[in-house]
Design a protein around this ligand. Sequence first.
Ligand code: ADP
Ligand code: MG
Length: 369
Amino acid sequence: MTSTDTPDLECTNLCKEFGKVRAVDNVSFEIPKGSFFSILGPSGCGKTTLMRMIAGFEDPTSGNIDIKGKSVLNTPPNKRNVKMVFQHLALFPMMNVYENIAYGLRCIGMDKAQIDQKVRDVLDRIALPDVGNREIHQLSGGQKQRIAIARCMVLDPDVLLLDEPLGALDLKLREAMKIELKLLQHQFNTTFIYITHDQSEALVMSDHVAIMNEGRFEQIGKPEELYHAPRTAFVAGFVGDSNRWSGKVTGLQDGVAKVTTDAGLTMLCQKQDGRDVREGQSVTIYVRPEFITASRSKGQDTQTSDLNAIHGKVDSVLFNGANSRVLVRGPSGELIEADVVVTGSTDDLHAGDEVRLNWSDQQTMCFAT
Ligand SMILES: Nc1ncnc2c1ncn2[C@@H]1O[C@H](COP(=O)(O)OP(=O)(O)O)[C@@H](O)[C@H]1O
Ligand SMILES: [Mg+2]
């Protein structure tokens, strides 16, 4: 492997046990140079433990960690070229912005003129050139966030670790910071590893996302791959909205599985990578709302070879401009969320209307349970 394609970070069969708890369970991945990589999973799935091992605050029970092609297992945290931004940012409140950023450079013994140049440079890059003399308490939440990142980036780390850094911000600021973090990562062209339990943060910002569950990586992929081609039921259910049904495979033909749901509905699912099912197996079906169209029931209904169709009654209309949806009460009493078809006479659905729901077998994701 040449130095240009050596990954910034590579973890191999990484495990961490705390007594009987396996917090990180055989995790392997590599992160290409200069990319934005997120680890997304529910609270308690092992994200922080994984980060702490990469930073060197925790020793793995087994496995290896390479940074720029060299194992760091025996390298203490302060000697690893990795920096970490914590949820509460940990800026020094008694120092001004300049001193906060300069601190790490003083610790490595850089001379004053060089420090001055570096601090100015990084403040320019985060588009806050004039805040050097401000006290930390005089900054907005978003500015503090940028200073916390600048304080790490001034040390030229190989990898920047961010552990739920938007967690303490209010919703509106989080939305703005999502985009800003992505722009900052581009600006510095340094590998960012971002951990979060918030799927919209991970999907919006990342080049690649790993979905973590109970200590394991279930799938690593681009956001659109995780969304459109989940390989496990957990990923399908955790990433994005979906309607779900449970049932049994009652037929298999030409790569299409016929599933009879617990309530007796028939659904067709195209077979896809990682979703092997056998006849007689119990399965869960996931269908995203945007692939289901709700239209007025008219005359005879047909279930064609590649189209799923069921009838229901509109429970409520969820108006949200172009993203409007309907909640439809299905034949077995379940609520199904679907997009409204906005052509013809179907754009004025009301509660109580009879509707037909249609979706393609290709958009029907089926996993063994
Ligand atoms: N120092 C520790 N001692 C014992 N158990 C721990 C320790 N740190 C984390 N754990 C356990 O490891 C699991 C993963 O925790 P953590 O990595 O903090 O998850 P996350 O960051 O995804 O919320 C949890 O069950 C947690 O209780
Ligand atoms: Mg955590």
